[in-house]
Design a protein around this ligand. Structure first.
Ligand code: NDP
Ligand code: A1CAB
Length: 274
């Protein structure tokens, strides 16, 4: 049976466990690191194929594919001293740490692949950027929505930067939705509209589930690792002042539309054309 280990059980790890396990007839066996017992226990409770192990080394010892999903600032504490068999494949999801630097952290000559898994792997609908291409890793992420192997780490960094813009994008959409809702439009309708026709978006899923409660304030949260690139781009660019400026622009434009409508003579009334 396929043995997958994950060190660092947070948002991305939980998304990977769910994508590999939910409704899957023969899911892999997944070994989870124990730090943050409550968070690690949650996927293990939901999926019998996932189990929390005694420590990080225990996870590494049991795994053919070892996924590293700690925050970049925790890598230097989590990885040195870890022994990984040369027959394993190491998959790093850690943003901003290059292959050469990673190679020096755990003791291993195993193949090492950098990846950018996104929260939507939980629904198996996110393409995961990977470098270098490795058949085992490509096959793993193909099951979660697809793999996009890139030629080198320079290209990988371009995709990392794009990834860092996504929570800003969601914050932007949330600002639009909040504004529309203050104008009296149902928030879920506005959210669905501004997110466009992409299948499986959150608003549609909520609508299918019959949920009419307000959307969570910032759907950006899942896409942001505390202290990471996304938080940096959002807070340095789409900060409160920028969100407010966008809101003011929307207010101004709407006011203008309303004025124009009030002033416009009712040319069509009584003509039978509408
Ligand atoms: N979220 C996203 O959209 C994406 C994230 N990434 C990358 O994936 C990685 C994980 O991100 P994300 O899931 O958001 O982060 P989280 O903060 O949600 O999860 C990280 C987890 O690692 C745990 N951890 C910290 N130190 C250790 C250790 N020594 N041993 C075992 N576990 C440890 C943390 O526990 P504790 O909380 O107790 O410290 C936490 O549970 C990051 O490197 C990030 O850059 C990449 C692409 C997208
Ligand atoms: O915010 C971060 O740093 C991570 C990487 C991309 C998304 N989350």
């Amino acid at each position: 049976m396929e043995q997958i280990g994950i060190i660092g059980v947070g948002e991305i790890a939980r998304a990977i466990v769910e994508g590999l396990s939910d409704g899957v007839a023969e899911p892999p066996r997944i070994h989870l690191s124990p730090r943050g017992a409550a968070t690690a226990a949650e996927p293990a409770r939901r999926y019998p194929n996932a189990q929390v192990r005694a420590d990080n080394q225990d996870v590494a010892d049991r795994s053919d594919v070892l996924i590293l999903a700690v925050r970049p600032q925790d890598a230097a504490a989590a990885l040195p001293g870890l022994r990984i068999g040369d027959g394993s494949v190491v998959v790093s999801a850690i943003a901003g740490i290059g292959i050469d630097e990673l190679r020096g952290m755990p003791g291993t000559d195993a193949p090492l692949v950098r990846t950018i898994p996104m929260p939507a792997v939980r629904e198996r609908r996110s393409v995961t950027v990977a470098h270098p291409s490795h058949p085992v890793v490509d096959a793993l992420f193909d099951r979660l929505g697809g793999t996009l192997p890139v030629a080198d780490e320079a290209a990988f960094s371009v995709f990392s930067t794009l990834t860092g813009t996504l929570s800003t994008h969601y914050r932007y959409l949330a600002t639009l939705t909040d504004w529309a809702s203050r104008q009296g439009v149902p928030a879920e309708e506005a959210d669905r509209y501004v997110r466009g026709p992409s299948p499986g978006n959150r608003a549609r899923r909520r609508a299918r589930a019959g949920r009419r409660d307000p959307l969570p304030p910032a759907a950006a949260g899942d896409h942001e690792t505390a202290g990471g690139s996304s938080e940096r781009i959002r807070t340095t660019w789409f900060d409160a002042a920028n969100a407010e400026a966008l809101t003011r622009a929307l207010d101004g434009f709407l006011a203008r539309l309303r004025q124009v409508r009030q002033r416009r003579p009712p040319v069509l009334s009584g003509t039978g054309r509408g």
